[in-house]
Design a protein around this ligand. Structure first.
Ligand SMILES: C[S@@+](CC[C@H](N)C(=O)[O-])C[C@H]1O[C@@H](n2cnc3c(N)ncnc32)[C@H](O)[C@@H]1O
Length: 267
């Protein structure tokens, strides 16, 4: 089992070219984009800004940024796997295969905005990555980090669902080093790096009613099921019951929260 801890996100744990992964990223975007866009809008993202979208996934936020910064701005959308970004086209937008843990700053640095959603919590070297990202901001530039946070799970009134969601967090921790508690300190990691104007909020979407969040967690649980069983983190019965609940239009609960933190490099 110990060799499994050396796995990375795209080592067939999550990621990959399959239609199910594309659907998972699309469901994630449906659930989370409105909140992300509200936060970016409130932080003043405007025409002419140079933006870096880290771990862009299916590219929905990169596409929104490209529309907002318009022809005078620039958006660089990076990912270690750009397979789901092929449909992105805008004059101001560049798609780049890039590993945020080790590759040099992309052309366009320093940036007015750096945004990463559901990326750093999956990287064991998240503190070093955050150090790097902060140095890629122009003076006065803004960084926005979003991460899953597991704090709502303990109070779930549906034990099979709560256990299955916990098992997702645990199996990602054991395989790729995900930390689903890191974001509970937000905006600490940004304040620690001497950013100013720091703030935080949390988004806690309902999972259920056969909505996009239920679909996203169904696809995630299905993808991780074999590894959850391998580590014996939940029984087959529990996982079957959780999937049945997620498919039930009458079911509602709260899964992981999304914690969002922001801050500016001093001008
Ligand atoms: C959970 S998905 C989130 C996608 C997108 N940010 C969103 O919120 O819709 C995580 C993304 O981070 C990418 N990723 C994982 N490790 C990475 C790394 N070292 N460098 C760049 N991207 C990475 C994955 O390929 C995947 O697209």
């Amino acid at each position: 089992m110990s060799s499994q801890r050396k796995l990375r996100y795209a080592d067939d744990v999550l990621g990959g070219p399959e239609a199910a992964e594309r659907a998972r990223l699309a469901a994630m975007a449906t659930v989370c984009d409105p909140t992300t866009i509200r936060v970016l809008d409130e932080l003043g993202v405007a025409a002419g800004w140079r933006c870096l979208e880290v771990g862009a996934g299916g590219g929905s936020i990169a596409a929104w940024l490209a529309g907002r910064v318009a022809a005078t701005g620039q958006v660089v959308a990076t990912d270690i796997d750009t397979g789901h970004l092929t449909g992105l086209t805008a004059e101001c937008l560049t798609v780049l295969r890039h590993d945020i843990t080790r590759d040099p700053p992309p052309d366009g640095a320093p940036f007015d905005l750096i945004h990463a959603r559901f990326v750093l919590e999956h990287l064991p070297e998240r503190d070093k990555v955050l150090d790097r990202l902060v140095t890629w901001l122009r003076p006065g530039g803004t960084i926005v980090i979003e991460s899953i946070a597991n704090f709502p799970l303990d109070s779930s009134p549906h034990p099979p669902f709560g256990q299955a969601m916990h098992a997702i967090g645990q199996v990602l921790a054991k395989t790729i080093g995900t930390d689903s508690t890191w974001a509970r300190r937000f905006p600490g990691p940004l304040a620690d790096r001497n950013l100013v104007g720091v703030g935080t909020t949390a988004h806690l979407p309902a999972t259920g009613g056969a909505n996009a969040s239920a679909l996203c967690w169904t696809l995630t649980l299905t993808r991780l099921r074999a590894r959850i069983r391998e580590f014996d983190l939940a029984s087959d019965d529990t996982l079957d019951q959780a999937l049945e609940l997620l498919a039930d239009p009458a079911f509602f609960d709260l899964a992981f929260a999304t914690a969002i933190a922001w801050g500016r490099r001093p001008a």
